[in-house]
Ligand binder design. Structure first.
Ligand SMILES: Nc1ncnc2c1ncn2[C@@H]1O[C@H](COP(=O)(O)OP(=O)(O)OP(=O)(O)O)[C@@H](O)[C@H]1O
Ligand SMILES: [Mg+2]
Length: 112
């Protein structure tokens, strides 16, 4: 299993959620976050201000999936969240050791 964590522009959240539903994703966690990437939150660096860091509002989407869904999930997120402009975000993929569905006690892929 994998845990996919994507940081995207907030206004793209609905589109990404829909794209994930379309490929059969059953559960998603969304968190409002702040962050910066290579431009350090600036669309342009002003002269003399290169050490100033501004955090910009972003949305983090977490999806736990079985391995065979990984390519589809990455494609769905990267297609929908892409505007072609800086700050579109990043997708992080982590190995996921275990999942437990609390109500039923199911574990592993059955619990997703
Ligand atoms: N290396 C990183 N580690 C953790 N979070 C990151 C990292 N890079 C980016 N992020 C998160 O993703 C958000 C969007 O990053 P962003 O898309 O600006 O990355 P970038 O590398 O600057 O790419 P671009 O040049 O397209 O803007 C950041 O605000 C931050 O929350
Ligand atoms: Mg950036």
């Amino acid at each position: 299993m994998k845990l996919v964590s994507a940081v995207i522009k907030p206004f793209k959240l609905d589109d990404v959620r829909e794209a994930l539903s379309d490929i059969g994703i059953q559960g998603v966690t969304v968190t409002e976050v702040k962050g910066f990437g290579r431009q350090k939150g600036h669309t342009e660096l002003y002269r003399g201000a290169e050490y100033v860091v501004d955090f910009l509002p972003k949305v983090k989407i977490e999806v736990a999936i079985d391995d065979d869904m990984l390519d589809q999930v990455i494609e769905a997120i990267s297609k929908t969240a892409n505007t072609g402009k800086i700050g579109d975000g990043k997708i992080f993929v982590m190995p996921l050791e275990q999942v437990i569905r609390i109500r039923t006690g199911e574990t592993g892929p059955d619990a997703l």
